[in-house]
Design a protein around this ligand. Sequence first.
Ligand SMILES: Nc1nc2c(ncn2[C@@H]2O[C@H](COP(=O)(O)OP(=O)(O)O)[C@@H](O)[C@H]2O)c(=O)[nH]1
Ligand SMILES: [Mg+2]
Length: 1059
Amino acid sequence: MAGKDGGNLKTVRLWRDAALRARKLRSNLRQLTLSCPGVGADPIDDSPDSSPPQLVLPANLGDVEVLNLGNNGLEEVPEGLGSALGSLRVLVLRRNRFARLPPAVAELGHRLTELDVSHNRLAALGAEVLSALRELRKLNLSHNQLPALPAQLGALAHLEELDVSFNRLAHLPDSLSCLCRLRTLDVDHNQLTAFPGQLLQLAALEELDVSSNRLRGLPEGISALRALKILWLSGAELGTLPEGFCELASLESLMLDNNRLQALPAQFSRLQRLKMLNLSSNLFEEFPAALLPLAGLEELYLSRNQLTSVPSLISGLGRLLTLWLDNNRIRYLPDAIVELTGLEELVLQGNQIAVLPDNFGQLSRVGLWKIKDNPLIQPPYEVCMKGIPYIAAYQKELAHSQPAVQPRLKLLLMGHKAAGKTLLRHCLTEHRVEASGEGGDQEKGYSPPPPPPPPPPTSKGIEVTSWTADASRGLRFIVYDLAGDESYEVIQPFFLSPGALYVLVVNLATYEPPQFPTTVGSFLHRVGARVPHAVVCIVGTHADLCAERELEEKCLDIHRQIALQEKRDAEGLSRLARVVDEALARDFELRCASPHAAYYGVSDKNLRRRKAHFQYLLNHRLQILSPVLPVSCRDPRQLQRLRDKLLSVAEHREIFPNLHRVLPRSWQVLEELHFQPPQAQRLWLSWWDSARLGLQAGLTEDRLQSALSYLHESGKLLYFEDSPALKEHVFHNLSRLIDILNVFFQRDPSLLLHKLLAGTSGEGEGDGESSLVMAVPPPPPLSQDLLRATQLHHYVEGFLLHGLLPAHAIRLLLKPHVQAQQDLQLLLELLEKMGLCYCLNKPKGKPLNGSTAWYKFPCYVQNEVPHAEAWINGTNLAGQSFVAEQLQIEYSFPFTFPPGLFARYSVQINSHVVQRSDGKLQIFAYRGKVPVVVSYRPAKGALQPDTLSIASHASLPNIWTAWQAITPLVEELNVLLQEWPGLHYTVHILCSKCLKRGSPNPHAFPGELLSQPRPEGVAEIICPKNGSERVNVALVYPPTPTVISPCSKKNVGEKHRNQ
Ligand SMILES: Nc1nc2c(ncn2[C@@H]2O[C@H](COP(=O)(O)OP(=O)(O)O)[C@@H](O)[C@H]2O)c(=O)[nH]1
Ligand SMILES: [Mg+2]
């Protein structure tokens, strides 16, 4: 049947009913299914020289009433079919290769009641064969290549069900009007150019599908089809419906999606039996009022129109169970909508709804609820996303408390090293007392300009400050200065969150057009990958060092190159989306038939998911504000102009609904409690600690989540709700957390040494445990002092070269933050959870017995390749031949590679592997006894994107061990990649035959196959790179499908609202 949107459920029901009917009919009949030996084992072999399969009929078939010869690749029916089957009633020939109706079928004609020849290659129907089938009640000719139907079809006087869908019919024979018993007719997906008038005579017709034909209109006379209950008219290019349509009084289900309707006929309300109506993907600008009197309506789909409002009278549709209004332009919902208390599905995503009606919680039966991509303010987005019960609770609370607005926005300064971020921050926020935290936020805007302060001697790393930008309204920015040095790349992404204002800082004095990718382009890619739809403005510093002309030209160039990059990316994505569309347009069977095809073997479900992701990426491009804002930190007027500009951007309600949000009192109390002693001093709180504070504030646990997400997005704290490893923590003490992280990423040898020395000098002073850790007796004599200094120097070197540090050195580095051994342990665990380091020599879950624990920070590893001895099997990766079969899953990242991903991934896999050896770009390790290699290959120009691959090998019979080795690693990577909802990447399974040959460009099977079951009856797949090679399926499909499909993004964008 036609591609229905929204009506999938209905389709399922229809199919089920049909299947039941068919089964009932056949239940008492003697059945036989025959398959050719060998066929099915390799149905993809479609080469012309292979001879067609032959079937031999067994003897004694005289009693058989139902014969199924489907799925056999037959071109001819078996010898003697006509004479051998004296009792045959039902013949199934579907999914073969018949080019015509086999003449032998005519011999069965006097008995046959059902014939199924669907999915063949019929280009014509033999008229004689057809006329012989006088008793036929059910005929299926769908999915063939028929350009026409013979007139003899009209002579099948008993025909009740006819399916000729998915052919090439431009006309139907006139004789069709004689089929007076016809109840069901499928003519969808043909090439009809008008509604066939013959059909108007079919008074018994109950179900008709004419979808996906270019009908362009319907005849007045359609009113003759009085018995019609189900009518499919999807994608029929209809612009209007005739008045006669309103006389189809039996109609219960009506599919009109994907047409060009703007209105319904006035009398539409006469269709009083209508239960389901699909009007999605039309051109309705106004809600069709003519359907409001249809009191029996249960399902209504109006997705993808141009509705701007919904009338109050919708409450009259008291039986409504399903209401889809997504992807319109609806700005608000009528209060009366809450009267539809029977609703079970309410889909509102992709509209312009800012406020939900009071008492929305009354819609308590709604189970399917979609609201994302609306600029929601009230209730807050976080609440709405969590579902109706949360909305109910929130609305109840709001009714009983005094809400207030607390305008606050997270502002992130990003950009290359020495772009001028830090000075800009100082200058913008000048008058405030920074060191003492928030107490001094009293200053007004900018008044007489002091000279710019001297820059700090060395970069302090990432910093956070609070800036009261408009004291009169209490508007505050929480400014995150994300240090530009590359060493911070690993931790920067933790600070990028939705709902913030991103300021990308560029040094205009040094900027030259060829530097665009590194100073602007890559930053935009990263922000977009992490926070889809983020708002970015570009600030050019050092304007004082540029001539006027130069300034103008550079700003223009940045502007132009941004536009080019955006255009290129969007076009690239659209192209990729089209490939998915084309693949989807082909049948799954067809896709499976050729390994050459794009998305070979990928299921419709996976393709649709892929398509949805592309659509999501295209709809959530960055919001880059132009023009580039030039500023000199030496010019107070320019600084003031920039302040004003930032304020006016923040004021945009559509862009930053956060700022104008009315908050429940309990949320404010919760925030205050987090920053009160004693908890304020703690490095972080556990989720439970926060929950207890929530209870004090009057927030039950279930509502805490929303409040914490809000605090995270507005910059007040860090709370990684989606990270399985980190969601148990609430990081409210930002400055301390950042101090700690900075310690490890400053990458400054003298600073590190200084810290270590300062740490040791305090050793032993009333710190009982430290001597235990250091194993150095205090007080040390002079020579030992020297010895120790050398030792510490050695540590610094080891750290910067190999990323190695012993626990006691880490303790020295963290001296002010670590009071007891236990603190150190907790901190190290946190760093491990964040994916920053792992313990080299501690068996999982067990304490170390007195020996020194060593920690590895993979982002510091400098040696290009790991020590080769780790890869013991004598085999290598450089293309020498292997005895074993290769498995390799390759992720490629055509637009941007998430910064720090390889380093963090290195940590995440640690719990799965043993005997690892890390290189800068490669890790050799074992999963049990099976070797695994993880390799990162940075991009080489536009043609070869960044790739990350996971490989293993084993002999063919043992290949499952290799799958077992890599699957957890693949899943671990998928989890990490979920932190990047705006990222485009592809996954492929490399052809193991190509790998074995050492091919530099192995064939890549789609990674979606990883999440699909192995196809039944297929043993080998042809490698398109070398037609004579066949790859065992066990080398392409895992033994059991992986849990997370490589292309699925759990909750894609759910947190990333349309701002
Ligand atoms: N002349 C001039 N110098 C600037 C300007 N902005 C920053 N600088 C200088 O550029 C250097 C790098 O600035 P900094 O803020 O540390 O860059 P960051 O690495 O992005 O934080 C410092 O020496 C600043 O004093 C500006 O607008 N004009
Ligand atoms: Mg800086």
